[in-house]
Design a protein around this ligand. Structure first.
Ligand SMILES: Cc1ncc(C[n+]2csc(CCOP(=O)(O)OP(=O)(O)O)c2C)c(N)n1
Ligand code: SF4
Ligand SMILES: [Mg+2]
Length: 287
């Protein structure tokens, strides 16, 4: 019989983050919004910043984010989270300020807001949850919907002709001088989740160092509106979304690029460029 020493039996390997509340989730089974929440909360704990963190929720499935984070929170109208975060950070520069925005919110109705927050070099951190669809409202096409992907408003699949290619927000914002840190990560497996957490931490550090606008785009699942089971939804991110939205660092502070592969590089940029310009017939919602 194996006897476990009491000190080993009591060693915690996994604890509930202080910066999360313990309430039942409203997110669907298999939705990775919850993973994103947890990673952000863990980093807030690590930075011992809970008491001075202010989040700004957007409109979308994460509209109730304030229920889950045990930090101060604001609720912005659709797309306007960067403007609200701008005001908060300007009047409370000691606060750690972040927005949490979906792709419909950030890349569609809030496209001008996010662009000009980056242009102004606002010292805020943006978490951009890209699930290639309008989740909350029943699965309409978003700017990030893949070519060929069926949605409630593109029942035949998104077409390049007439509807265009998916908008790659990180690549776009990396061109803006005021942006200091812009990276894309994914939440589809454990390795990617660990990479995502490191990026979240670095983005917050960029803000703490006063370097300017920081954004982490996270590829996220929406099994409900993709019409997929949770495990298949994770495969969909890996197999269909990552080729269209290459993971990587698109802009990082200069000191971090010295001698490295550097800013503007992505993990699979060639694959991404090809995929966005051609038909990516996703397995989600195909007839
Ligand atoms: C001005 C305005 N237009 C449209 C809506 C309706 N609306 C609410 S949530 C949403 C889509 C949200 O999608 P996304 O930002 O991708 O978040 P997700 O639910 O996918 O996480 C829309 C169009 C609204 N509330 N306000
Ligand atoms: S509708 Fe999609 S994005 Fe919204 S909670 Fe459900 S799975 Fe998540
Ligand atoms: Mg969405």
């Amino acid at each position: 019989m194996t006897v476990v020493a009491p000190e080993h039996a009591m060693t915690p390997v996994y604890e509930f983050p202080d910066s999360l509340t313990s309430v039942p989730t409203h997110y669907c089974p298999g939705c990775t919004h919850g993973i994103a929440h947890r990673l952000i909360a863990e980093v807030i704990d690590e930075l011992a910043a809970k008491e001075r963190t202010i989040g700004v929720a957007s409109v979308g499935c994460s509209v109730f984010a304030c229920r889950y984070f045990d930090v101060d929170f604001g609720q912005a109208p659709h797309g306007r989270a960067p403007a609200m975060a701008t005001g908060i950070k300007r009047v409370a520069p000691e606060a750690l300020v972040f927005t949490y925005q979906g792709d419909g919110d950030l890349a569609s109705i809030g496209a001008a807001e996010i662009l000009h927050a980056a242009v102004r070099g606002e010292n805020i951190t943006v978490f951009f949850i890209n699930n290639a669809i309008y989740g909350m409202t029943g699965g309409q096409m978003a700017p990030t919907t893949l070519v060929g992907q069926k949605t409630a408003s593109s029942p035949a699949g998104r077409s390049l002709v007439g509807q265009g290619a998916p908008l790659r927000v990180s690549e776009l914002l990396a061109q803006v001088d005021g942006a200091a840190f812009v990276v894309r990560r994914s939440l589809h497996d454990v390795v990617q989740i660990r990479r995502a957490k490191k990026a979240i931490r670095r983005a917050f550090e960029v803000q703490e160092q006063g370097l300017g606008f920081s954004m982490v785009e996270l590829l996220s699942s929406c099994p409900t509106n993709w019409g997929l089971k949770p495990d298949a939804a994770l495969d969909f991110i890996r197999d269909e979304m990552v080729p269209a939205f290459p993971l990587g660092d698109f802009k990082v502070p200069e000191a971090e690029t010295a001698g490295a592969a550097g800013a503007g590089t992505a993990d699979s940029s060639a694959a991404g460029a090809d995929a966005a310009g051609s038909a990516v017939a996703g397995r989600a919602r195909r007839g």
